[in-house]
Write a protein that binds this ligand. Structure first.
Ligand code: TNX
Length: 492
């Protein structure tokens, strides 16, 4: 059954594992007799795996409570000896598949590997034989979806969650508010969503997530071991809020809704010297925090060119403690570092293009941890090349190799690896008119980012990555992902 001229699928994994030893004589066949064995605590992961195997193979693949796993079983075991909370060990023999991890998150990561050890779309349904030991390099492996400039439905965001989970990303940052719209229901300020969420770039109908829908998304992500980080972008990027409530404006007059693409400099601002502004922000943050189980709230704070600097500093000084009172840790774009007395818990997200930034180096020296999103590497809204029909080019063209070839651990002066919480690839949506456009810009660059975030630098090898990535084309085709067929990749 095996074609010996085909290299093992063990050599096609993305992200590359820490350690893999292929054994082509030890392939495991999924059959009508295959069951997934798992104890109670890992049953949700086992169900996700069994569901995928059923859909793929047509076999019944029941989930059964742990016990002595017989031949033919796939067994998930919670085993503290594995160590790292997201690490796993996978052993595939002719007789059994055994996946061990310290936590369900580690089992989930291992299940994604297991899925890649199966063929893309057609049988025979063999899992490539061998052993894998694996664990992530960075704790925060994320992407950001801008649902404000264009609205994406709950079903589309769930599809995105499934797609990023396959590459072991564990953070989805949702950019929920901007000049063009406000996308989350806030019960104390209802017009934010009903009016501020009513449109999008281009002026078409927009939409918003009710609190129940948002919680459903957060829970769906949590089931896939992905933390949602909501961003409420203040004090700039706020036309949708200002249009919804005249009293939030310095002059008491609401601007019209804004549906153009906008510019990259920022033209709106909350009135930082109005008391009502702080009641508004506190109400919003309280509701968002209550809906969000994750540790973080993202406050934006970028591009505040329409906010006088003094007002901006005063605003941040008042709003940061609100986030803490609601039990969350602040993330902000790196402009946050212009505030002199930030608590060291605050996390700047760097979106610049310089390898040296004195404010970033100083923040790390004071003990801050940072997120890296260098725009010319991982801004997924940049065109791949001159011919890309959508996207921007202010940070340059970004081909797959550009997203792949950078080392977050040595990227910035004064920002050593221990200070790097992780990496994130933002996908701004001014030019993305449909979910198909989201897929086109995200894939394959997000697979490159996933490897940068997960795999040890010792495995980093562009030529090998490009060959591995080529084998993911048929996987994306089978899932009808509208990916970009980069000429850098030897697709077959
Ligand atoms: C800059 S990066 C922005 C966004 C735009 C993006 C377009 C950042 C924090 N702000 O508001 O959507 O450029 O590429």
């Amino acid at each position: 059954m095996l074609d010996p001229t085909q290299p093992s699928r063990m050599d096609a994994l993305i992200p590359a594992p820490v350690h893999a030893r292929a054994d082509p004589a030890a392939d495991f066949a999924v059959s009508g007799a295959t069951a997934v064995h798992a104890a109670e605590a890992s049953a949700p992961v086992a169900e996700l795996l069994a569901g995928e195997l059923r859909a793929l193979t047509g076999h019944p693949v029941p989930v059964v409570a742990e016990g002595a796993a017989p031949d033919g079983a796939i067994t998930l075991v919670l085993d503290p000896a594995v160590g790292h909370p997201e690490g796993y060990r996978l052993s595939v023999t002719n007789r059994q598949v055994t996946l061990r991890a310290t936590t369900p998150a580690g089992l989930f990561a291992g299940v994604q590997t297991l899925r890649q050890l199966l063929p893309a779309a057609s049988g025979p349904w063999t899992v490539a034989g061998g052993e894998i030991h694996d664990r992530p390099r960075f704790a925060h492996r994320g992407t950001m979806l801008d649902v404000s400039r264009h609205f994406y439905t709950v079903a589309e965001v769930k599809r995105f969650i499934d797609q990023i989970a396959r590459y072991k990303l564990n953070v989805l940052h949702l950019h929920l508010t901007d000049d063009q719209s406000w996308r989350l229901e806030i019960r104390s300020w209802p017009r934010l969503a009903t009016y501020g969420g009513s449109t999008q770039v281009g002026g078409g109908p927009g939409g918003y997530y009710t609190q129940e829908q948002y919680q459903d998304l957060v829970a769906y992500a949590a089931g896939r071991h992905i933390t949602v980080i909501p961003e409420i972008d203040v004090p700039g990027h706020t036309t949708a809020a200002l249009a919804s409530y005249p009293e939030l404006n310095a002059g008491g007059v609401a601007p019209p809704l804004f549906t153009a693409q906008g510019n990259a400099t920022g033209f709106s601002s909350l009135a930082t010297d109005k008391e009502l502004t702080y009641r508004f922000v506190d109400d919003v943050l309280r509701e968002v925090a209550a809906l969000t189980p994750g540790d973080y709230l993202h406050l934006g704070t970028d591009e505040t060119h329409a906010t006088p600097e003094e007002g901006r500093l005063a605003f941040i000084d008042r709003v940061l403690p609100m986030v803490a009172r609601h039990g969350k840790t602040v993330i902000g774009w790196h402009e946050l570092l212009r505030s002199p007395d930030l608590p060291v818990s605050a996390i700047p997200q760097y979106w610049g293009r310089e390898r040296s930034d004195p404010l970033m180096a100083a923040a790390v020296a004071r003990g801050h941890r940072v997120l890296l999103s260098p725009a010319h590497r991982v801004y997924l809204d940049m065109k791949y090349d001159l011919s890309t029909p959508i996207g921007y080019e202010w940070a340059g063209y970004i081909e797959v190799a550009d997203s792949y070839d950078w080392d977050p651990g040595t990227y910035m002066d004064g920002v050593g690896e221990p200070a790097v919480l992780g990496v994130e690839a933002p996908l701004w949506s001014e030019t993305l008119n449909s979910y198909a456009d989201v897929e086109y810009m995200a894939f394959p660059r997000l697979a490159a980012l996933a490897e940068v975030a997960w795999s040890p630098w010792s495995t980093h090898d562009w030529d090998a990555f490009a060959r591995r990535l080529a084998t993911h084309g048929p996987r994306w085709e089978a899932q009808q992902v509208n990916f970009y067929r980069s000429p850098q990749i030897p697709w077959s």
